[in-house]
Write a protein that binds this ligand. Sequence first.
Ligand code: NAD
Ligand code: UD1
Length: 332
Amino acid sequence: MKKILLTGGLGYIGSHICVELINKRYEVIIIDNLSNSSKNSLDGIKKITGYKPKLYISDLRDKLSLLRIFKENKIESVIHLAGFKSVNESIEAPLSYYNNNINGTITLLEVMDQFDCKSIVFSSSATVYASSNEMPISESAPLAASSPYGSSKLVIERMLQDLCSSDDDWRISILRYFNPAGAHKSGLIGEAPNGSPNNLFPYISKVAIGDLEKLKIFGNDYKTQDGTGVRDYIHVVDLAKGHCKALEFMQDNKKIIVVNLGTGNGFSVLEVVKEFEKACNKKIMYEFSERRGGDLDKCYADPSLALKLLNWKAKLSLNAMCRDTWNWEKKK
Ligand code: NAD
Ligand code: UD1
């Protein structure tokens, strides 16, 4: 069995990738410092797959423990998700974002290099694209960071490009995620944000369950079908499968690829609210409020490169994202 190190593997996206990897018969080793997750994810993974991956509770920046992990396990490839991910938080605490995201990645790459493990899939984000871009966004569109979080992703992307130019042995997949949503259909793993959620799906589901009173819709005067913001929501299970495809691709190709993972479809906030109401069979209370600083009117992917290179295409619908988010919320 091929051993894959999954950094940040107890988190929202990592736990779903873990399930897909186990389904594909990979041996998964997780490193996570629990800064935004808990060991409960491991129980969910075990219930879904019948298998409990090896877990190291450790910080990626702790080089000694990372060296120990590589010594104890013959790791073939790494899927690197560990990092902080909130745009707002990064504006308030830029140094902690640069420190965690960039130093964590440097430490990881140094140790990988030392152990001659030169294959990595990196979680990047659509936030690296400049806001002036035409839709849909292809991978060659201009890049610009509008927050320290986005800058940290751009720096890491650049670092990976430089690494690849310096040494032909590296195989690197940079995956730019659009808006991950949904949960595993079992309802045993899903997104569990600390505190009040910032993103649309977790916020709506808290309104549906009664923990929050109403959704504030940030702006209804955008140039979109109904005036509310349009995004490319992608089911987290589709996203996870994209990582398995990237691993397969890297087996035969020594180079760096940069690929969007999105559906190519844009849905407005009001469309998501309507679909969620159907899924939970409840009215979602909402009110319109001011636009949120930094938000775009529309953002959706051109996903054609992923199909061409990875033979991957998102399959699950907005309805499935709402149904599975609600199922997870009820079972939590
Ligand atoms: P998450 O916070 O649920 O998962 C990240 C995991 O990494 C957590 O379990 C956390 O405890 C761990 N972690 C953080 N810093 C660490 C460190 N120094 N050492 C060890 N573990 C550490 O986030 P997620 O939504 O699963 O996102 C995973 C990755 O995908 C992140 O890199 C994020 O930037 C990227 N991404 C996420 C989204 C999204 O909407 N969720 C969109 C685009 C990109
Ligand atoms: C945000 C981040 C982005 C990150 C992504 C996934 C910002 C500016 N961007 O994207 O970098 O990659 O999350 O983690 O934070 N909305 C409401 N009310 C709410 C919440 C959201 O109306 O309470 C609207 C937003 O205005 C937007 C849409 O819902 O139109 C989606 O918002 P969100 O889920 O936060 O994702 P993004 O802003 O696209």
